[in-house]
Design a protein around this ligand. Structure first.
Ligand code: FE2
Length: 388
């Protein structure tokens, strides 16, 4: 089956693209999209404030002592179609406290919206997924929420969620935030574009096969270490997508280089495989990044030389090159169109999880033309941390 994992034609940048990925995806597991992403963090109240005040998310719901939940505190934050949940332990024991002690803040669950959580659980566990939650009906005053869950890489879960008979804010046990504070204005993050997993050396193909065989995804792109390397470090990446193309999961593993791969730095500090970054799609990257910068969000910087060569490489991308350079935004072009993207620094103390913001104009790629410059920027940060 190895052939099917690398089928496709190499494009100019050397990435192997499979144009038939969506059609090849199996339909035994219809996923409507990403329902929410839950982060397990050390202090959910302050995380919620950070995402409201700096990132423009609005509070939707809360669960904790006041709502009858005794072991945790959870804040649900929304922006357009993005729904994040920040959960912290309120005691020293239990799986959340242990997760935070081991990993720091990080992604616990990338949950899918489905019509049938029982079928989703049966189809995946019968194909080898490890169950995290058998199909469960959670009753509340606002109806019934159905969910089940399986394990993926590291300690990350994929929950399956059916909200068709639930009419509350988020889930039983959560109270709608009565008068939500207004979200920050001047920016618009629309939806989760892709979620990237970092796995240990030698594990990439195992998880590519997991998403193919257990969830019915197909491989969209393969970047090998000849594509993704600098003078010092390298990584390999394959991108898996589901049948409707809405869910895109690149899987990275470190590759050998003269110095430590950024993927290995993540694995060392996270202590396990985990979610490296989530890309949020916008249709106004310049306005969004300007607003985020004014509020203090830190982005990776690109050298002036990157912008000198950019016009030759990507042509007109609708924004003056000077504006891209001022804001630190990168551009890339492939056969289908172009994209604009930017990456934050890690958003917690450990050099682990970060965000990408992406604006797409036809391109379904991931900015392969920026990889080398981007990784050199990341290596400069690694060196500052004493980790290169
Ligand atoms: Fe990305």
């Amino acid at each position: 089956m190895a052939d099917t994992l690398t089928r496709g034609t190499a494009n100019q940048a050397g990435a192997i693209v499979n144009p038939n990925a969506a059609a090849e995806a199996q339909d035994f597991l219809p996923l409507k999209g990403i329902d929410h992403v839950e982060f397990w963090v050390g202090n959910a109240k302050q995380a919620a404030h950070y995402y409201r005040a700096l990132w423009g998310f609005a509070p939707l719901a809360y669960a904790g002592l006041e709502t009858g939940v005794r072991d945790r505190s959870s804040f649900v934050m929304v922006q357009n179609d993005i729904r994040f949940v920040f959960t912290a332990p309120i005691g020293p024991d239990g799986e959340i406290a242990e997760h935070v002690a081991r990993h720091g803040d990080g992604v616990h669950d990338i949950a899918f919206a489905v019509d049938d959580v029982g079928a989703a659980w049966r189809e995946t566990t019968s194909r080898g997924a490890r169950s995290a939650l058998e199909p469960t009906e959670v009753e509340g005053t606002k109806g019934t929420l159905r969910r089940s869950a399986i394990h993926t890489y590291g300690e990350v879960l994929h929950s399956f969620v059916d909200r068709s008979e639930y009419h509350g804010a988020f889930a039983p046990g959560y109270h709608r935030v009565a008068k939500p504070a207004p979200a920050a204005t001047g920016q618009a993050l629309l939806e989760v574009d892709h979620c990237v997993g970092n796995v240990a050396l030698g594990d990439m193909n195992r998880f590519v096969e997991f998403y193919r065989d257990v969830l019915g995804f197909a491989q969209l792109i393969h970047y090998d270490d000849k594509v993704i390397h600098t003078d010092y470090s390298a990584l390999m990446s394959k991108v898996m997508t589901n049948g409707n193309g809405r869910i895109k999961f690149p899987i990275n593993e470190p590759a050998a280089g003269k110095k430590k791969s950024q993927i290995q730095e993540f694995l060392d500090y996270y202590g396990d495989a985990g979610t490296q970054h989530i890309a949020l799609r916008t249709e106004d990257i310049c306005g969004t990044v300007r607003a985020l910068r004014e509020r203090g969000i830190e982005f990776l910087g690109m050298p002036h030389a990157y912008y000198e060569s950019l016009p030759d490489r990507v042509g007109d991308v609708g924004v003056p090159i000077e504006t891209l350079e001022e804001l630190g935004i990168e551009a890339d072009r492939d056969e289908e169109g172009y994209l604009l993207q930017i990456f934050t620094r890690p958003v917690q103390d450990r050099p682990t999880f970060f965000f990408e913001i992406i604006e797409r104009h036809g391109s379904r790629g991931f900015g392969v033309g920026n990889f080398k410059a981007l990784f050199e920027a990341i290596e400069a940060e690694q060196a500052r941390r004493g980790n290169l």
